[in-house]
Design a binder for this molecule. Structure first.
Ligand code: ADP
Ligand code: MG
Ligand code: MG
Length: 883
């Protein structure tokens, strides 16, 4: 087997396409070298050796040593030095490199090959004794901590002691003799800590370093990083061995890192830093302050800065040429490492640079305009999910954060406001224009009003799928959950954290992207929906097949939906309106009434309010489809609990509180989610349908008079499992349409359809479809009912399912394609077969999840509907799915 692939300027056995075998670093070194860039010669040991190493008790294939020897000899010939040659010693670096870049996670050893003898040769050959001993002490330090497991701080302390005794502040003040002493002390430390002397044999050093790099694949840092980035353990790392070049050989030497464009803004400029007379890690180690690469760079303000451009103009020009060439070659922004050795430039690494969402957007659009990539590719260059960062106000990166506690980043964006603990009070204050952060131990459905009014939501308990998290994401509100350090005292209207007390009215900031709770008011940045964002979105819109609608019921959500490009409302939940202000009393009256007559009286009070809600929605959506779901939640949720609540309802109804309490007890349920809710309410209380249909029709007439646009009404029955339920609703709605026509002389134009959110409904889709103008798959409830998992109670175990690999993803975030997805697909097929003109859509969190959107596109849905803030994400995801 071929275990080793060589590279050197103009000649490489590997290439950039061989990342699986050579790792990202090795593959790109080979590619750079093949392009003719000045790359120090070297070779890469493949990831297959890593696999062998772990399956064979940390041993190497028998024929590896021979291949390494041959490759080393090659380097020696090209570099004019030879490994183990005491007169002209070759020094190498041993570098790790996985398939996906894992910056800083694994180990690298520099200056390998140095020992008590070769250090003298290096000193002689370079004519620079100080440099040689500086390299040697670096090597002892690096090798001992990486390979021999000697703790780093011991070396640092020894160095500090020597500097102190000399009265030096900077490493640069140390002389050759000083470094010689440092090296001797380092060796003594190793002898003590490792129980053996520092290895002098370069071959033993090399073998140890290769083993250590392979072993670093399984170090803790790397394991945690892989977990966070979904990198499989089976990939393994490659090891690249490369002739050393030296940036620490005096004033004409330097080392640096640079991006071809600004990775945080996307602006086209060489962005990076370098240090004169330094080696590798020094730039990031922060011992000295690095200088900017380009003189005009936007980050290079301040007069004391001396750019590479100013200090070494010829090197800068050469480097800029390579940067341009690499960017054109890889057709993406590059992140490069380089070293200058006595006026000669060497390229040490290139890879696609990590970037912020903002930069990714600008890069994609700019590169397409420059002709570097096509529009289709530009669409694929931006992670749809990452747009979320751009759609919410965020904390000004320059602002100082006084972090009080850290919880879960449950819903992105940042919010500032005054602390309020009571949801009703929060709603009231918010309607007076105050900015509120609602702080709760946990939230429940009754808190919706307060959550809606609040700028942001903070809870002490609960996970990423807790009620607060799900609702906040749906509303596009920043939310931090599970901030366990907060001690919330509702009685006292305060919380304490880190010994400090925060009371009602005190201002805090929450960062839902980072999960942080921050004291006081921190400066914000507004989202930017113009510029590159608008351009990329327009390209995406030309490509996608799926229509994108929004889930929205309030005017402000509906307006946001339009701003974000929604093509209609796919789900307006009428019950959200029922909790607002005084309405809840009328709703309770309706529920607790003894008979249809009593219900009608209460509903009559609700009618004008509902009509006004719908009218506003229709006006805002002018001409676009609006799907209104009939009353859905368990009545249980609306029941009064406290004596005061019962008394208020009793007064409004002129009824006996004792009787009312009994009635409320009758309606209370053991398992409301599977109880008296959805279309079942319409079956038992058809007056509710009458009222809602009337409100819809009358609102539509008013709205189309004010906008001059027809209203595209879709009336949707929830939780249907048999066609007869839908037919019952349809008949009722048709009768009301006739009634309204009789009263107004205007015939309402509307469609009736149903949600498909029970397995039985999906299975019987073929029966139900002929009665429906549309189906909207309610994948939230369908997931609950298919998996038998209550979303609100899943927090205690679902994460473990994902972590332990029992499920590939949280099924409430990404649709469970194998189970729920099969039901959805089956439902689609049967529906279309029975009713070819039926419109099929999805509402629910999955409508804004890129992976789920791709699935919905594949099985032929007409649209997806998601929360307003996810609309741009869905637009981009739908375009990527269509490519
Ligand atoms: P990481 O993946 O952590 O960046 P690298 O393998 O890239 O690790 O190496 C760490 C540092 O050492 C980098 O700054 C790199 O440029 C430098 N370096 C690696 N190999 C050499 C070499 N052969 N000559 C000079 N510097 C090197
Ligand atoms: Mg590197
Ligand atoms: Mg539902």
């Amino acid at each position: 087997t071929k275990w080793v692939y060589s590279f050197s300027a103009g000649r490489s056995e590997g290439s950039a396409s061989m990342k699986e075998l050579l790792g990202g670093k090795g593959a790109n070194l080979a590619e750079m070298a093949a392009l003719g860039l000045p790359v120090p010669p070297g070779f890469t040991i493949t990831t297959e050796v890593c696999a062998f190493f772990y399956t064979n008790g940390k041993t190497f294939p028998a024929d590896l040593a021979g291949q390494v020897d041959a490759a080393l000899a090659d380097i020696g010939r090209i570099a004019g030095h030879a490994f183990e040659d005491p007169q002209q010693p070759l020094l190498v670096s041993v570098r790790s490199g996985a398939r996906a870049s894992m910056p800083g996670m694994m180990d690298t050893v520099l200056n390998l090959g140095l020992n008590d003898e070769t250090v003298e040769a290096i000193a002689r050959n370079s004519g620079d004794e100080r440099f040689a001993w500086d390299c040697y002490r670096r090597f002892i330090e690096m090798y001992s901590s990486v390979v021999l497991g000697v703790e780093h701080h011991q070396f640092e302390e020894a160095l500090e002691r020597i500097k102190e005794s000399k009265g030096f502040a900077l490493d640069t003040q140390l002389t050759a003799d000083d470094w010689r002493k440092v090296a001797a002390q380092y060796k003594a430390i190793v002898e003590q800590a490792a129980g053996k002397s520092f290895p002098q044999d370069p071959r033993e050093q090399l073998c140890g370093a290769i083993k250590a790099v392979f072993s670093s694949w399984m170090n803790n840092r790397a394991i945690v990083y892989r977990g966070l980035h979904n990198i499989p353990e089976s990939w393994g790392t490659a090891v690249s061995i490369q002739a050393m070049v030296f940036g620490n050989m005096g004033a004409q030497s330097a080392t640096g890192v640079a991006f071809t464009r600004n990775p945080s803004t996307g602006v086209r400029e060489l962005y990076g830093e370098y240090l004169i007379n330094a080696q590798g890690e020094d730039v990031v180690a922060g011992i000295r302050t690095p200088q900017p690469i380009a003189q005009s760079a936007s980050h290079a303000s301040g007069f004391e800065k001396i750019s590479l451009e100013a200090a070494m103009p010829a090197i800068f020009a050469e480097f800029k040429g390579y940067a341009d060439k690499l960017e054109r070659h890889f057709r993406d922004m590059q992140d490069m490492e380089f070293t200058v050795e006595r006026g000669k430039l060497w390229m040490l690494q290139t890879r696609a640079g990590k970037r912020t969402a903002r930069a990714a957007l600008k890069l994609a659009v700019d590169m397409a305009r420059e002709g570097l990539i096509g529009k289709d590719e530009a669409i694929t260059r931006v992670e749809p999910q990452s747009l979320e960062q751009l759609l919410h106000p965020t904390i000004d990166p320059a602002a100082k954060r006084n972090i009080l506690a850290t919880g879960l980043p449950a819903s992105p964006g940042a919010a500032v406001g005054e602390i309020v603990f009571d949801p009703e009070e929060a709603a009231k204050l918010a309607s007076n224009g105050r900015k509120i952060i609602l702080v709760r131990i946990e939230t429940s459905p009754e808190d919706i009003g307060g959550m809606h009014g609040a700028e942001g939501i903070l809870t002490a308990r609960g996970g990423m799928t807790s009620h607060a998290a799900v609702v906040a994401r749906g509303m596009g509100k920043p939310c931090v959950t599970g901030a366990g350090a907060l001690r919330i005292d509702y009685e006292d209207q305060s919380f304490t954290v880190a010994g400090k007390r925060f009371g009602k009215g005190d201002r805090i900031t929450i960062d839902g992207s980072a999960g942080q709770v921050i004291a006081g008011e921190v400066k914000m940045q507004r989202p930017e929906l113009t510029g590159e964002f608008a351009v990329l979105m327009s390209w995406a819109d030309q490509k996608r097949r799926l229509k994108i609608r929004a889930n929205a019921e309030t005017p402000s959500d509906a307006r946001a939906a339009r701003r974000f490009g929604a093509e209609g409302i796919g789900l307006a939940r009428t019950e959200h309106m029922f909790f607002e202000g005084e309405r809840i009393v009328a709703v309770r009256e309706m529920i607790l009434a003894d008979d249809a007559e009593g219900r009608r009286l209460a509903l009559a009070k609700l009618l004008p309010m509902q009509r006004e809600d719908f009218k506003q929605l229709f006006e805002i959506m002018s001409g676009l489809p609006v799907t209104i779901r009939l009353l859905d939640p368990p009545l249980h949720e609306f029941l009064p609990h406290s004596d005061a609540e019962i008394a208020a309802v009793a007064k409004a109804m002129g009824a006996d509180p004792v009787k009312l309490r009994r009635r409320a007890a009758q309606l209370s349920e053991f398992n409301p989610m599977l109880g008296f809710r959805g279309v079942r309410l319409a079956v038992i209380f058809p007056e509710i349908v009458d009222m809602q249909a009337r409100a819809i029709f009358e609102a539509a007439i008013e709205a189309s008079m004010s906008t001059g646009e027809p209203v595209d009404i879709e009336i949707m029955a929830p939780l249907v499992f048999t066609r007869a339920e839908l037919d019952l609703v349809k008949t009722r709605v048709a009768e009301m349409a006739k009634l309204v026509e009789g009263e107004t002389g205007i015939r309402p134009n509307y469609h009736v359809g149903t949600m498909i959110e029970l397995p039985r409904a999906a299975l019987r889709a073929g029966d139900i479809a002929p009665s429906a103008d549309f189906f909207s798959f309610g994948t939230n409830d369908l997931t609950q009912t298919t998996l038998g998992i209550s979303r609100d109670d899943s927090g205690s175990f679902l994460n473990a399912y994902v972590e332990k690999g029992l499920l590939p993803a949280d099924p409430f975030v990404t649709i469970d394609q194998e189970g729920v997805g099969e039901l959805v697909e089956l439902g689609c097929k049967r529906a279309r077969a029975a009713n070819p003109t039926i419109t099929l859509g999805v509402c629910g969190e999955h409508g804004g999840d890129p992976v789920s959107v791709a699935f919905f596109d594949k099985i032929g849905f007409d649209y997806v509907s998601c929360s307003p803030f996810r609309v741009p994400i869905a637009r981009l995801a739908a375009a990527q799915a269509a490519l």
